[in-house]
Design a protein around this ligand. Structure first.
Ligand code: AMP
Length: 255
């Protein structure tokens, strides 16, 4: 059972944020980086499914610069076998999900996996699009927001539970290979021990360049913090005072 897992190295914001000179991205000095939370669940799920299947490879795939190796090494320390990084090149800036998905799909195609896992969303871009795009580009059945996977490798299918609105669960059968986007809470991601972390440092990460032809269906025009306080007013905690203010505001608007 070979499983490819999409892993993103995501940016987290501190309390203070400054934008770069052309206001198209956050100044990198104000960012910290870590593995995307959703992807830790996807890696854990891949490791568990491989264990149940009794063998195979778990291959991590990312699109990112050298800094992304840190997240790949975290997944390798958890137990993944190898990792591939597609480097977008200097000054690539924020990549749109289609560009990323095209690069991921190319790399995943080489792995010929029995299953592909991604996270539902990345915490920094919040596109919730890349995993399903990979599925479309690979021409594979795709199921989003998966909370449980029961694999039947011999039969070439899986039973999956999808999370819907209001706590509803959608149980469906899907032919494999398939692409599943994994929701947090599907499992409890393991912590790597020190020995595994050290060993992961020695593992080789295969690096490829992003194919220039796959780049760019959208670009960021501007990033900004909306002005605070222009559209909302907190009316306090006291119900009588809130009611008095509402009457005051409505009366003022009507006059
Ligand atoms: P997004 O569409 O950005 O919300 O991300 C959804 C999922 O797609 C993530 O949880 C990852 O599994 C995958 N993904 C997004 N961007 C990347 C990337 N640059 N490298 C690898 N996987 C990614």
């Amino acid at each position: 059972m070979d499983i490819a897992v999409c892993v993103k190295h995501v940016a987290t914001l501190g309390d203070e944020v400054e934008l770069n000179d052309d206001a198209t991205d956050v100044d990198p000095d104000y960012l910290e980086w870590t593995i995307n939370e959703w992807d830790t669940y996807a890696v854990e799920e891949a490791l568990r499914l491989r264990e149940v299947a009794g063998g195979g490879e778990v291959v991590l795939v990312t699109v990112g610069d050298g800094g992304a190796d840190e997240s790949l090494r975290r997944g390798l320390a958890m137990g993944a076998d190898r990792a591939v990084r597609i480097d977008p090149g200097e000054g690539a800036g924020i990549l749109d999900p289609l560009t990323v998905a095209q690069a991921l799909a190319l790399a995943i195609d080489d792995v010929h996996p029995d299953l592909v896992l991604a996270g539902v969303q990345s915490s920094d871009a919040v596109q919730a699009a890349t995993g399903t795009m990979v599925g479309q580009l690979l021409g594979l059945p795709t199921v989003a927001v998966v909370k449980r996977i029961e694999l039947d490798p011999g039969a070439g299918r899986a039973r999956v539970h999808r999370e819907l609105e209001g706590g509803l669960v959608h149980v469906m059968e899907v032919a494999t290979p398939a692409v599943l986007t994994v929701q947090t809470g599907i499992n409890e991601p393991r912590y790597a021990n020190l020995r595994a972390i050290k060993q992961a440092r020695e593992k080789e990460i295969a690096v490829r360049d992003l194919d220039a032809g796959t780049r760019g269906c959208c670009r960021v025009e501007r990033m900004f913090t909306p002005p605070a306080g222009e559209t909302a007013e907190a009316l306090g905690d006291d119900p009588a005072e809130i009611a008095r203010r509402i009457v005051e505001i409505v009366t003022a608007r009507l006059s």
